[in-house]
Ligand binder design. Structure first.
Ligand code: ZN
Ligand code: ZN
Length: 245
């Protein structure tokens, strides 16, 4: 396994997204207030073949390989592990925000999460940190959770894992999961506030998100991960450690 694995989508692996020069449309750019020329539609099709209804000007479209995509679908296409596109798992439904929300949280938290785990790792003993791709976790009771996380490995396997996840049925509620336990449930403040109709300027919004993620890391993630690391390493400090195999 390589460290900090990044997934580059491979054209032929993405089911239902045709390669195209872009489909011109007379529809306005979906960016609020934008009257940009030369709009094309988003190329994304979900597992039922339903096309994404958005259109974008050259300034607001995201190009990945030969596709023209809206930001949400660009995120999904870039984040999903290739396995999700080989038909083993269906591509997410169009109106399903869970994968892009999980992926957004994971992208934003990637640097501080890796930094925290790297602080706890002992590279001299062969320990290292790795990031996961976005993954769909299904349970026997039919829950579908989109999950992405980070792992600290020692030379025998994963020592601990921290991840963000969004259950399709509970969206926009997000979870932070540490090993098998959910340690925090939260609704991102910008989603809560948007629902309440409280608009902020782009600068204020960016600053509020920065503060939110910093607080999340320092008040919730760091204490929980540090305590968990002590717990999983507890035998190392025990005088009986040598007796265990
Ligand atoms: Zn535009
Ligand atoms: Zn789209």
């Amino acid at each position: 396994m390589s460290r900090f694995r990044r997934h580059t989508p491979v054209e032929t692996e993405i089911v239902g997204v045709p390669a195209s020069p872009g489909q011109p449309t007379s529809q306005l750019c979906s960016e609020p207030g934008c009257d940009g020329p030369d709009r094309v539609t988003c190329d994304y099709r979900d597992r039922r073949g339903t096309p994404c209804p958005t259109a974008w000007c050259p300034q607001h479209i995201v190009k990945i390989n030969a596709w023209h995509l809206c930001r949400r679908h660009a995120r999904i296409v870039q984040s999903l592990a290739p396995v999700e596109f080989r038909g083993e798992l269906p591509a997410p439904d169009l109106d399903n925000r869970a994968p892009s929300l999980a992926s957004y949280l994971a992208d934003t938290l990637d640097e501080p999460m890796r930094k925290l785990l790297v602080e706890l790792a002992r590279p001299a003993l062969g320990e290292y940190v790795a990031s996961e791709a976005l993954n769909l976790v299904t349970s026997v009771s039919g829950e579908r959770r989109w999950s992405q996380g980070w792992k600290l490995f020692d030379n025998t396997g994963p020592l601990l894992r921290i991840g963000v996840e969004v259950d399709e049925k509970r969206d926009p509620e997000c979870n932070l999961r540490l090993n098998s336990r959910v340690v925090l449930r939260f609704v991102p403040p910008w989603i809560r506030e948007r629902r309440a109709g409280a608009p902020f300027s782009p600068e204020d919004e960016a600053e509020r998100r920065r503060v939110f993620f910093e607080t999340l890391m320092e008040q919730h993630v760091r204490p929980a991960v540090v305590a968990e690391e002590r717990w999983v390493r507890r035998w190392e400090r025990s005088p009986q450690a040598g007796a265990r195999s």
